[in-house]
Design a binder for this molecule. Structure first.
Ligand code: URA
Length: 237
């Protein structure tokens, strides 16, 4: 692999900054200052050092869970609001990351973030029916037959097809746990709107078998374990 590519892949430097760093003698490969970024290196055995700090090879794909706080948007740019990626400024090459689906600005809880497009597609694709569980707090006490309606499927405003059968557990008359296997636009809020209610707070607790880590405070994130990554790659029936 070319030295300049290795530096770009594993630091926040652009190709031109990497070239500058090489030319100005700030990079050493196995203790020697290289002349050009075209130098071929062996990432597994060569030691590349920048200003005395070893540049370590980053995993080629990255997988995180975040406890998303309110007020942050799931986008790579937004002129107005803070981005969930603003909370990840310790990471390099943040622009390569994307959120797996989106949570609304005011929704909190489990958010998956990755640079593996195939993996995120498996989770968000409507064909894969990955279950997502939300805790919703409601403005009004729930109607009596809400569970039956949710299990049967509800036609949302401006949609034709009813929602897929979902399950709901009542924690109280104004707090519920809802598990859905689709990801329509504002789906949870629209489902309760169709039942004559309004969601006043929404928090995602799990996606498939991956549950929000109780040790993660809002705004914090961690890498997913291999088991967590693999459990979401399995196609659901
Ligand atoms: N459904 C919603 O209405 N909002 C979210 O953020 C997620 C699911």
């Amino acid at each position: 692999m070319r030295l300049d590519k290795y530096i770009c892949d594993n630091t926040s430097l652009t190709r031109s900054l990497a070239t500058k760093a090489i030319k100005s003698g700030r990079i050493k490969v196995n203790g020697i200052k290289p002349k050009s970024g075209a130098l071929k290196i062996l990432p597994d055995s060569d030691q590349v050092v920048f200003d005395g700090h070893l540049i370590e090879a980053q995993p080629s794909t990255r997988y995180y869970m975040m406890n998303k706080p309110q007020g942050y948007v799931c986008a790579n740019s937004d002129g107005e609001h803070p981005l969930v990626f603003d909370l990840m400024n310790k990471e390099i090459n943040i622009s390569r990351l994307h959120t797996v689906g989106r949570l609304d600005k005011d929704t909190t809880g489990l958010l998956l973030i990755t640079d593996d497009g195939q993996w995120s597609h498996q989770i968000t694709s409507p064909n894969h029916h990955q279950a997502k569980t939300y805790r919703a707090w409601l403005a009004e006490p729930l109607i009596e037959d809400a569970e039956l309606k949710i299990e049967a499927g509800i036609v949302l405003k401006d949609d034709i097809k009813p929602t897929l059968p979902a399950t709901m557990q009542r924690v109280s008359d104004t707090e519920v746990l809802l598990t859905i296997s689709e990801g329509r636009y504002h789906q949870v809020k629209r489902m309760f709107a169709a039942l004559g209610n309004r969601v006043i707070r929404l928090h995602r607790e799990s996606i498939g078998q991956v549950t929000l880590d109780p040790l993660l405070a809002p705004r914090n994130y961690r890498m997913l374990t291999l088991d967590e990554v693999q459990s979401l790659s399995k196609i659901q029936e």
